[in-house]
Design a protein around this ligand. Structure first.
Ligand SMILES: NC(=O)C1=CN([C@@H]2O[C@H](COP(=O)(O)OP(=O)(O)OC[C@H]3O[C@@H](n4cnc5c(N)ncnc54)[C@H](OP(=O)(O)O)[C@@H]3O)[C@@H](O)[C@H]2O)C=CC1
Ligand SMILES: CC(=O)[C@@H](O)[C@H](O)COP(=O)(O)O
Ligand SMILES: [Mn+2]
Length: 359
């Protein structure tokens, strides 16, 4: 029986995790929940699952992780505010099932150096796919990682034609039902940019050996190409319950969590290159990833501010990436490298700089 804490339990990942747990009471027991501000929804979940320990906000989430003994902490908070809870979970020695990719991306080495071998299990679908594929070979046999991207709702559109898109259009993801920030990031390809940095940090593969291919059906969740020319892909109909269940019980598979592919129905899987002119977010993410230090945190913080501004109607859609680019360009790396203090300062600066550009 694995004791689980779910941070961000009221969100898309958190709710699906509770469904997986409810369907497998012999394997999992929830011992703690946290949310951002939606106390009512969290309290209802706590009552339904008989959970004594709950928390609101990132600081209380960290404290919950420290106070309540658990085997697995699922971090499903949105945004880099999840960094404190990620570090706290790693310090307790529990397995960290990580959906909150932002905390790894901004924390970089501060997170990876704290994680013991096998302690950090990715829940993001692409990285779960790669972790599964990597079971097929040794690290030195890996030639490259290939992340799939759905292409989002604006696949095939020119950059100019995106000037007038609305928040509602940006939230119409073609294959996944997710929270507001990640859905918007999928539409700009910022999500894929963050995922390239995430893959580099998780698997230790250099950026020149991490590629992205657009696969609009979202059935192939990513691939590993090996030195002998063989490629191992992981596939399923789009469902986060498979990577969530693997995150909760890694390396074991939980029976019946997802529907398998129906091979009796005629279907088509297609692959196409990313249009980097229409969607500059991916190349910029590779640059900030290679620059390292506080650059990924600046990219992410500027994007979080710009996404909020877009949904508040303060800026247009194309302004999101323009702002991220300008803030990254203006960033000066701190002399003391990446520390918790320099990171906090860089994020504060990036958010203020991005906000000043949204007025
Ligand atoms: N949804 C998906 O399919 C996928 C998501 N991810 C990643 O998983 C994470 C969660 O995504 P998703 O579930 O879609 O997002 P949602 O917006 O649906 O949910 C976010 C959750 O985080 C909570 N939260 C927000 N701010 C805080 C805070 N300051 N302290 C504590 N909790 C907070 C929210 O609480 P409240 O309800 O109170 O606001 C909510 O429970 C993101 O990092 C995303 O990139 C990765 C792959 C797929
Ligand atoms: C389900 C998941 O892991 C998301 O990160 C998903 O990949 C988003 O879709 P995009 O490929 O459009 O970014
Ligand atoms: Mn993903």
């Amino acid at each position: 029986m694995r004791r689980i804490i779910i941070l961000g339990s009221t969100g898309s990942i958190g709710r699906q995790a509770l469904e997986v747990i409810a369907a497998n009471p012999d394997r999992f027991e929830v011992v703690g929940l946290s949310a951002g501000s939606n106390r009512e929804a969290m309290d209802a979940q706590a009552e339904a699952f008989g959970i004594e320990f709950t928390a609101l906000g990132a600081e209380e989430s960290q404290q919950l992780v420290r106070d309540v003994e658990a085997d697995v902490v699922l971090n499903a908070i949105t945004g880099s505010v999840g960094l404190g809870p990620t570090l706290a979970a790693l310090e307790t020695g529990a397995t960290l099932a990580l959906a909150n990719k932002e905390s790894l991306i901004v924390g970089g080495d501060l997170v990876t150096k704290l994680a013991k071998p096998g302690q950090l299990v990715p829940v993001d679908s692409e990285h779960s796919a790669i972790a599964q594929a990597l079971r097929s070979g040794e690290h030195h046999e890996v030639r490259r990682l290939v992340l799939t991207a759905s292409g989002g709702p604006f696949r095939g559109r020119s950059r100019e034609s995106l000037a007038s898109v609305t928040p509602q259009e940006a939230l119409a993801h073609p294959t996944w039902d997710m929270g507001r920030v990640i859905t918007t990031n999928s539409s700009t390809l910022v999500n894929k940019g963050l995922e390239v940095i995430e893959a580099h940090l998780l698997f230790g593969v250099s950026y020149d050996r991490i590629d992205v291919v657009v696969h609009p059906q979202s059935y192939v969740h990513s691939m590993v190409e090996f030195v002998d020319g063989s490629t191992i892909a992981q596939a399923s109909p789009p469902s986060m319950k498979i990577p969530i269940a693997l995150g909760l019980d890694w390396p074991h598979r939980v029976g019946g969590v997802g529907a398998p592919i129906d091979w009796t129905v005629a279907s088509e899987w297609t692959f196409e290159p990313v249009d980097n002119e229409a969607f500059p977010a991916l190349l910029l993410a590779k640059q900030v990833g290679m620059a390292g230090g506080t650059y990924p945190a600046v990219y992410n913080a500027a994007n979080e501010q710009a996404v909020d501004a877009f949904h508040d109607g303060r800026i247009g859609y194309l302004d999101i990436l323009d702002i991220v680019e300008r803030v990254v360009d203006q960033h000066e790396a701190p002399s003391d490298g990446l520390t918790l203090e320099s990171l906090a300062e860089a994020e504060r600066w990036a958010r203020a700089r991005a906000d000043s550009l949204t007025l």
